[in-house]
Write a protein that binds this ligand. Structure first.
Ligand SMILES: [Zn+2]
Length: 163
C-alpha cells in the first residue's frame, strides 16, 4: 500500500484579550490569544498544512487566503473538515497524525485528550490515531517569552480504499 507523509508548521503572535482555541477546546483562563485573520488555531493550521503537504496539494494559504474576508474569524475546524473532504475525494486515508504545540501558557496537557477526540471526530478516525503533545519554550526564544504559539504536525496517509 503506498504511503505519503506530510509535515506542517504554524505560528501566531499571542496578544491580550483574544480567545485562545485549539482543536475546538477553548482556554478561558488564558490571558492571551492568537493574533490572526481566522480564529488563529495554530494546531489545526499545522495539521491542515501537513495533510495538504502529504497530498502535494499546496498549502493552507492557497486554499484559505488570510486576505479573503470570507475567512475572517473562520472556524479552523471547519477548514480542517473541508481539507479532509478534499483528500478523501482523492481516496486518501489517514494512518496517523502527530502534533506538537509549543507555548509558555496556558497548560495544554490537561486538554490534550479532548483535542484528540475533536480532531478524530472531524477526520473520521479513532482518537488513538491522533497524537497531541505540548511543550514549553523554557524561557527561550519567542515561545519561551510568551510572544507566540507554535505548532507542528506530521501526518501519514495511505492511498486506495481501505474502508
Ligand atoms: Zn495559522
Amino acid at each position: 500500500m503506498p504511503f505519503r507523509i506530510g509535515q506542517g508548521y504554524d505560528r501566531h503572535p499571542l496578544i491580550n484579550n483574544r480567545p485562545l482555541t485549539l482543536a475546538g477546546v477553548l482556554f478561558p483562563q488564558s490571558p492571551v490569544g492568537p493574533k490572526a485573520h481566522s480564529d488563529g488555531d495554530a494546531l489545526v493550521h499545522a495539521l491542515i498544512d501537513a495533510l495538504l503537504g502529504a497530498a502535494a496539494l499546496g498549502d493552507i494559504g492557497q486554499h484559505y487566503s488570510d486576505t479573503d474576508p470570507k475567512y475572517e474569524n473562520a472556524n479552523s475546524m471547519d477548514l480542517l473538515a473541508q481539507t479532509w473532504n478534499l483528500l478523501q475525494n482523492q481516496n486518501y486515508n489517514l494512518v496517523n497524525a502527530d502534533c506538537t504545540i509549543i507555548t509558555e501558557q496556558p497548560k495544554i496537557a490537561p486538554a490534550a485528550s479532548k483535542m484528540r477526540e475533536n480532531l478524530a471526530q472531524v477526520l473520521g478516525v479513532e482518537p488513538n490515531q491522533i497524537s497531541v503533545k505540548a511543550t514549553r519554550g523554557e524561557g527561550l526564544g519567542p515561545e519561551g517569552r510568551g510572544e507566540c504559539i507554535t505548532a507542528m504536525a506530521t501526518v501519514l496517509l495511505s492511498t486506495g480504499k481501505t474502508r
